[in-house]
Design a protein around this ligand. Structure first.
Ligand code: SF4
Length: 244
């Protein structure tokens, strides 16, 4: 009686936006997924359960940020990155402790992944935080993870990692040229080191399988447009290998 109505209430169309920049949250994404998202290819609607899961994550963020405000240590929340040619994004929160600023990335994590994060944070979380440290010019930050199942917390205090930041920026500069300046589809990535199969959850599988470079119906009738040539030397330097 209610479940169908709730499913319908929560499910929503995914917003599609053509853009010429990356999101910080894409730092470990398959470069082809980034291409299709940035070029405005359509995605399937978000089902009700997935939308509710996202809402739970948002609520956890708000709860933690409110607590940090209550402690009187928040310098900024939802802080947008300074303008730059590569990345857009917002740092969850910046706190001040004992005279030092820290960028805090709050992550709600599936219990299985939480158990994997005993000795080190997830690599995508680490790289996202590194970008915030770079663009805000803050030497240290914290990845604060909450277990979705029982609200257990785990934190990793990390310093700015110039080597990793340099590698990410160089990789995305190449990807910017490929996707936004040349309008080419990145080559298929080497998936051998992926920690999970991104293709399994990818909303763009059909387009990828056909190497489409223009959304169906966008100025080309319904005729699929295929990439004529793959240029492997433009592959983004292996950064995506093994990243979650
Ligand atoms: S199907 Fe796989 S390789 Fe293709 S865009 Fe999706 S994640 Fe990337």
């Amino acid at each position: 009686m209610l479940i169908e109505r709730l499913e319908e209430y929560f499910q929503r169309e995914e917003r599609v936006r053509v853009r010429d920049y990356f999101y910080v949250t894409e730092v470990a994404k398959c470069p082809r997924q980034i291409f299709y998202s940035a070029k405005g290819f359509p995605r399937p609607p978000l089902d009700g359960q997935t939308a509710r899961k996202l809402a739970v994550g948002d609520a956890a963020h708000q709860r933690i940020v409110q607590a940090l405000y209550g402690m009187g240590i928040v310098v900024a929340a939802e802080a947008p990155l300074p303008p730059n040619p590569l990345f857009h994004g917002r740092a969850d929160v910046i706190v001040s402790l004992e005279g030092k600023n820290y960028v805090v990335e709050i992550k709600t994590v599936h219990p299985y992944n939480f158990e994997q994060m005993v000795a080190a944070p997830r690599r995508d979380h680490y790289l996202q935080l590194q970008l915030y440290l770079h663009y805000f010019d803050i030497p240290q930050g914290v990845i604060l993870a909450e277990n979705k199942a029982n609200q257990e917390l785990r934190e990793f205090v990390v310093g700015r990692d110039e080597e990793e930041i340099g590698r990410v920026l160089a990789t995305f500069e190449r990807l910017r040229r490929t996707i936004f300046l040349e309008g080419r589809l990145p080559p298929l990535p080497d998936k051998s080191d992926w920690e999970y199969d991104q293709c399994r959850y990818c909303p763009y599988t059909d387009f990828c399988n056909e190497d489409l470079v223009i959304p169906p119906g966008a100025g080309q009738g319904d005729k699929p447009v295929q990439e004529e040539e793959q240029v492997p030397e433009e592959a983004p330097g292996g950064l995506f290998d093994g990243l979650v």
